[in-house]
Design a protein around this ligand. Structure first.
Ligand SMILES: Cc1cc2nc3c(=O)[nH]c(=O)nc-3n(C[C@H](O)[C@H](O)[C@H](O)COP(=O)(O)OP(=O)(O)OC[C@H]3O[C@@H](n4cnc5c(N)ncnc54)[C@H](O)[C@@H]3O)c2cc1C
Ligand code: FES
Length: 252
């Protein structure tokens, strides 16, 4: 069921991301997502980046649908249905959270709830997301940028590898571009560190019926989007290929 929600606040986060805050009284777990309906245009999946009484989604400008979401102002309405997906499993393990680009969005509800150290990666300083807010909740927050404009010069995987080698983490929780997640997964496997990673696939129904989000035998909309180490090991497409809107397999 699509529900109309009213935008309360719009917050600029980085060069190409903003956060839309809205009232929605559905319970949401960290890592779950909604389908956002933009009348006359499209319906697209978005993670929930704040799960309190006021919810939020953090949107990176990518194409037509996200451009339309960027044009919304306080008082405007949008349609949402959900929440969908399994979300992250909260547990007591000593955790490193790793976010690449807008991949920080589904990690924020976790960071407000559990103790974790954080590695945030982006192409450049003006694309880093949620560094200041993460510092409010977490003792250790490190950043990396591809161009070296803030934090370590390099990518989020290189930063996470350094932090894993210095720390004694039992678990990594992560979201970001799949190639980044694949290399991070391999780094975790090499160190015996358990992981939970949030993956993306093309979504239409979001309720397990249409098959557009298949990843091997898994439907990312209902079996994911969060997969743990054991399930990632079994996914031969992980880090290699995905399906486009027409269902064709394309390389990442
Ligand atoms: C579970 C999940 C959670 C997501 N969370 C966020 C988030 O918190 N913030 C954010 O900015 N983005 C998020 N995305 C990505 C977001 O859905 C796409 O960026 C958006 O759909 C792009 O639409 P567009 O029309 O603006 O761009 P387009 O030009 O149509 O597409 C740009 C890219 O987005 C992908 N995309 C387009 N439509 C879909 C779709 N229906 N399902 C999946 N991918 C699509 C395309 O494959 C393409 O790679 C998430 C995706 C998934 C699957
Ligand atoms: S989006 Fe339809 S089965 Fe997952």
């Amino acid at each position: 069921m699509i529900e109309a929600v009213v935008i309360n606040r719009v917050e600029a986060e980085s060069k190409d991301c903003l956060t839309l805050h809205f009232e929605w009284d559905r319970p949401v777990s960290p890592g779950q997502f909604v389908m956002v309906w933009i009348p006359g245009l499209d319906e697209v999946p978005m993670s929930i980046s704040s799960i309190g009484p006021e919810k939020a989604m953090t949107v990176r400008r990518a194409g037509e649908a996200t451009e339309a979401l960027h044009a919304l102002s306080p008082g405007d309405r949008m349609g949402v249905r959900g929440p969908y997906g399994n979300g992250f499993e909260l547990n007591g393990m000593r955790t490193l959270a790793v976010g690449g680009g807008v991949g920080m969005a589904p990690l924020m509800p976790l960071l407000r709830t559990m103790y974790a150290d954080v590695a945030i990666g982006a192409r450049s300083a003006d694309e880093l997301l949620f560094e200041e807010e993460a510092r409010r909740y977490c003792d250790k927050v490190e950043t990396s940028t591809d161009d070296g404009s803030r934090g370590m010069r390099g990518n989020a995987v290189q930063l996470a590898e350094r932090m894993m080698d210095e720390g004694d983490y039992e678990q990594v929780v992560a979201c970001g571009p799949e190639v980044m997640l694949y290399h991070l997964f391999r780094a975790c496997e090499a160190r015996g560190v358990h992981c939970q990673m949030s993956l993306e696939r093309y979504m239409k129904c979001a309720v397990g019926l249409c098959g557009s989000c298949m990843l091997g035998k898994e439907r990312v909309c209902i079996d994911g989007p969060v997969f743990d180490s054991a399930r990632l090991r079994a996914l031969s497409e992980f880090g290699r290929s995905k399906r486009d809107a027409a269902g064709r397999s394309v390389g990442l």
